[in-house]
Design a protein around this ligand. Structure first.
Ligand code: BGC
Length: 767
């Protein structure tokens, strides 16, 4: 755990230069606007330790897979979000001496991420080897008001010298991914152009042939006056710069404005990229930094207006939750149904920027409650659009007749992951994708989604489960063998309770969806059936039999569900009895020791109970929670939030708070020692859930929105807003109780602590 950042309600503040934490800070101080984003790399030359990272949503490279023992069915490639052309760079040479913080004595270093306004600032005083002292201040943002553009204002001040200086803003597409499998660069040059004020490069990804035009328009001021003297442009493959030569002397300040646009062939014809990019940078420069910043801040204000959570009386908790909300909002905006949420967002290369079950299991509830309904819907449509690929994926593995297995990891619908125990066995992901359809409809009432997209996807998934089970004669039950549940510290197990449960649930829900579409849109049902050759009577007969005769491992003595068959044959040791030096076990133990142990990486049985809570009484939840929580090491960031929600449900509020703390400041405090790889974006949605569903007790029960709020004793109060079926509600919890206000939308009846409350006007109701 690290504690080098200052606590503040709206800002993340680093004071003092910490080169050894630089990668961590680069992750934490990242910026994005849903369309592109970047790590907090310095603008000027930096020869110290750094992970350079600029990312463009949806632009990836299929890096040829490297595995020891190839297995049939493995995908040929692992899709990687690319380290894209660097548009932040500005070089400073003072009479030949390169300004590089890693070679300077650095004082008064300060880095601030202003989450309210979506702005990154950095300032310091640096003494170069020559004794020259400079003061710098940089400010930048990726506009969410216009997601094509970004701006930098960089000021450079001479403190004690008078010398010639060359200032060189540049764009550099000659970049690499650190995680490249074959030391390969993924970008090819297409064109470079530059004049005294503008520069553009067009680069193309190898294999996938995405083209990107990265352009800049620059403006340089010395002591407030624009200087254009002697601007010299230079280009080479994948690179363009504009160098400005001038002189600087004591107390003079040079300010560089860099107006940047990133335009990709994802959204525009290739032959128009540069024209559009040029228009964007010219319009940005004409508007000027301050106006663009104001537009950007207004857009952020709107986001905060609806998604903020206010925690009173605990600055660390307040900073933590806002950091999570900030990152989620800058990673995914829901503007484009082809995009999704990589576990690291725009903050690092790990997990390849691809889509995991994290989106359906963790992220959708956040976007459902804090953004327009269309945002969560787009995340569902994304999977619908990949249905054909999921069918191809299942076919490749030997399934037939339209059975669909969604990939564990994907960019374009194709499976990218190649560890057999995950690729072939972690099939529970199919369940989460079906569950998300249910969750979305339960929340929004948009049942029409079933007719339009949901049913077809559900039938594909149901077909998969019906072929993946087999009938066990000794048990006279259906079983599912050879799986990995959400707990990846067990592989190739039989009858993982969660997987069996979710499989049966999918079959039941699909049959519900069939009936719904049949009675509400019979013609559509006919056309879907014909399109996918669905034989309702014969297929659902099999499904019903599976639903009736599925095997679920349980222990009758302890009255708990068993994570998998024979789980209790393991040596049962609690996490509290593990020596500290053995943790985290994934770093300290051999894989074989982990597999044989009873330790659980992340919620598994409890994940199922969380999803399908209505199916269990509180005593059942309690028994399972008390058995599994002490065995869980939470070595996936996705784990503690589920435990926090269930702990609150059973009234174990201390545990709920303990679990909440583990998620809320996971990256800010670098709990897992891995923030340098990037932030845990998808688990940030889990943190939001831990507050709203955990402490707030928000649920949909019998089609009604319900709350059972609890105030953690360390907090004076908390409040949040949620959107629900075209209403906007404001929930405030403090020592005097809970008050609910309907800020917008029609009348609504909700339940607070089991009492019906009718919300008629825009007024607070104390409950
Ligand atoms: C977790 C998976 C998750 C992945 C990406 C893994 O450590 O076990 O459940 O999908 O990380 O977040």
């Amino acid at each position: 755990m690290k504690d080098y950042l200052k606590k503040d309600e709206w800002k993340i503040i680093e004071e003092g230069f910490n080169p050894s934490f630089n990668r961590i800070s680069e992750s934490i101080f990242s910026l994005g606007n849903g369309r592109f984003g970047q790590r907090a790399n310095f603008e000027e030359t930096y020869s110290g330790d750094t992970l350079q990272g600029h990312y463009l949503a949806g632009i990836y490279y299929p890096d040829k897979t490297r595995v020891g023992w190839w297995k049939n069915g493995y995908p040929e490639y692992f899709a990687k979000v690319l380290n894209a052309p660097n548009w932040t760079g500005i070089r400073f040479d003072i009479d030949g001496e390169v300004f590089d913080l890693s070679k300077c004595e650095v004082n008064d270093f300060k880095r601030i991420l202003d989450m309210k306004n979506g702005v990154l600032e950095r300032s310091c005083e640096a003494k170069l080897k020559s004794g020259r002292i400079v003061k710098i201040h940089s400010k930048r943002f990726c506009s969410i008001a216009n997601d094509n553009i970004a701006c930098i204002r960089y000021s450079f001040k001479a403190v004690n010298f008078a010398d010639p200086i060359q200032i060189t803003p540049y764009i550099d597409g000659d970049v690499m991914n650190e995680d490249t499998n074959y030391d390969e660069k993924f970008w090819e040059p297409i064109s470079e152009t530059a004049d005294e004020h503008q520069a553009f490069i067009i680069t193309e990804t190898k294999k996938t042939a995405f083209q990107v035009c990265t352009g800049m328009q620059i403006l340089i001021e010395k002591n407030g006056d624009q200087i254009d003297a002697d601007n010299k442009s230079f280009t080479k493959d994948k690179y363009a710069e504009i160098a400005i030569n001038t002189r600087i002397k004591d107390d003079q300040e040079i300010v560089v404005y860099k107006y940047v646009a990133n335009i990709t062939s994802e959204n525009h014809p290739k032959n128009e990229l540069q024209t559009i990019c040029k228009k964007e940078v010219e319009a940005a420069a004409a508007n000027g930094f301050n106006q663009l910043l104001a537009d950007h801040q207004n857009a952020w204000a709107k986001k905060w207006e609806e998604s903020d959570i206010i925690i009173e009386g605990d600055v660390a908790a307040q900073q933590g939750i806002r950091f999570n909300i900030f990152q989620l909002n800058q990673t995914y905006t829901g503007e484009d149904e082809r995009l999704n949420i990589g576990p690291k967002g725009f903050t690092g290369e790990k997990y390849g920027g691809s889509t995991y079950w994290d989106t359906e299991a963790y992220c959708i509830p956040f976007y459902l409650s804090t953004a327009d309904q269309r945002v969560a819907r787009n995340l569902l449509v994304y999977r619908y659009k990949h249905l054909q690929k999921a069918i191809e994926n299942a076919t490749k593995l030997g399934f037939k007749d339209g059975a669909a297995l969604y990939p564990m990891v994907t960019m374009n619908g194709e499976e990218c992951h190649n560890e057999w125990e995950i690729t072939f066995e972690e099939i529970h992901r199919n369940g989460a994708i079906a569950y998300a359809v249910f969750d979305y409809i339960r929340y929004t009432n948009d049942e029409n989604y079933l007719t339009e997209y949901g049913l077809e996807l559900l039938i594909g998934i149901a077909r998969f489960w019906s072929q993946r089970v087999h009938f066990s004669n000794p048990k006279q039950k259906y079983v599912i063998h050879g799986v990995t549940g959400p707990n990846e510290y067990e592989n190739n197990v039989n009858n993982n309770w969660y997987t069996n449960f979710v499989a049966v649930w999918c079959l039941k829900y699909t049959m519900y969806a069939i009936n719904y579409v049949k009675s509400n849109a019979p013609a559509k049902f006919e056309s879907i059936s014909e399109k996918i050759k669905f034989y309702e009577v014969t297929e659902t007969k099999v499904w019903k039999d599976i639903v009736e005769k599925m095997y679920f491992p349980v222990d009758t003595e302890k009255q708990i569900f068993l994570q998998q068959e024979n789980f209790l044959d393991k040596e049962i040791i609690q996490v509290k009895d593990l020596p500290n030096e053995d943790r985290p076990i994934h770093q300290k133990w051999s894989w074989d020791r982990i597999l044989r142990s009873c330790f659980i990486k992340q919620a598994d049985v409890l994940q199922g109970i969380y999803f399908f809570e209505d199916a269990f009484d509180v005593e059942t939840i309690q028994r399972n929670f008390r058995f599994y929580e002490p065995l869980t090491v939470h070595e996936s960031s996705l784990s503690p939030c589920v435990h926090a929600i269930l702990a609150a449900k059973i009234g174990d509020y201390d545990k709920a708070y303990e679990m909440y703390l583990r998620t809320a400041r996971l990256d800010l405090d670098d709990y897992n020692n891995d923030t340098e790889d990037g932030c845990h974006i998808t688990s940030m949605a889990g943190t939001w859930m831990a507050v709203v569903k955990g402490f707030g007790g928000m649920r949909i029960e019998n089609d009604m929105l319900c709350f059972t709020p609890y105030l953690p004793s360390k907090w004076k109060g908390y409040s949040f807003k949620i959107r629900f079926r075209n209403r906007l509600l404001h929930i405030q919890v403090n020592q005097s109780g809970t008050s609910i206000r309907k800020v917008a939308g029609d009348e609504l009846t909700i339940k607070v602590k089991d009492k019906d409350i009718r919300l008629v006007r825009d007024q607070s109701i104390q409950c």
